[in-house]
Design a protein around this ligand. Sequence first.
Ligand SMILES: [Mn+2]
Length: 321
Amino acid sequence: MSTRKTELPNARVQPRFGGIATFGRYPRLEDVKAEGKDVDWAIVGAPFDGGVTFRPGARFGPRAIREQSQYLKHYSLEHEVDVPGVLSLADAGDTPVKPYSVKETLDGIWEHLSTLADPTSKLLMLGGDHSLVYAGMKAAWIRQGKPAGGLACVHFDSHMDTLDSVWGEKWNHATPFRRLIEEGILDPKRMVSIGIKGPLNTADDLDYAKQQGIELVTYDRWKEEGFTPIQFVLDKIGSDPVYLSYDIDCVDPVFAPGTGTPCVGGFSSAEALGLIRKLKGINLIGADVVEVLPDRDVAGNTALLAAHVAFEILALDAATR
Ligand SMILES: [Mn+2]
């Protein structure tokens, strides 16, 4: 009898290029629950891109990430942990969406996610565009018992996503963190935004984030100061619950071209993965990986990177067990 938390198909029996393409070849949530097992993390797709300000197509992100995740191995060399060996992982399929309505989609998703899997399960959402973080973080906050003061957040992105509205619309991928702050779900004083870079539409874009106390670690600041300003926020957070939101456009489009609002300059793939690994020790309670746009993804490399980002996020939890 195996003591592994997640049973994976033997790649020498069922090759990685065959079978149903669940994330990481992890079992389906229905099958795990049918066996009466608990789930530590459910991976769930959110195929929605109705909130984009530029190029659409991220609705196909979850499928592309699942496809590229077939080649994910399971032992983390850096953390020295077999991730699906110590975590019970399951693919929970996709959320419901209402493709013509951003707000109805987001409300449907947070309701769906707030009761998905076991009450103690944590959720990793694959987007879709970044408007989805509103639903993902709201569901995580509800699942945590709506902690007063809101959740702490580690945010990787080229953009701050704290505008008030775009074209008169409050619900889109440039505004989600503002909505979360307004609803008391996100505590901006325990939020760090990593990888921000210009050019911006106006200098005003910075004002709200700065006024709210979000720590902005631009790409250039990270180059100069390294992990120190990030650690400053992690020290403030301590052992409080943290939500991690990962917009793949923080990575240089040389490495991650398949995204809807590409921003030149930024992290290499290796820098991006290394930064996530340095977060080991945070009390991670939910996460998302968003903005993969397969139709602009030259060789599937953006989706492949997103699959590895997701794995490194899971590894953070595995490494602390
Ligand atoms: Mn974003």
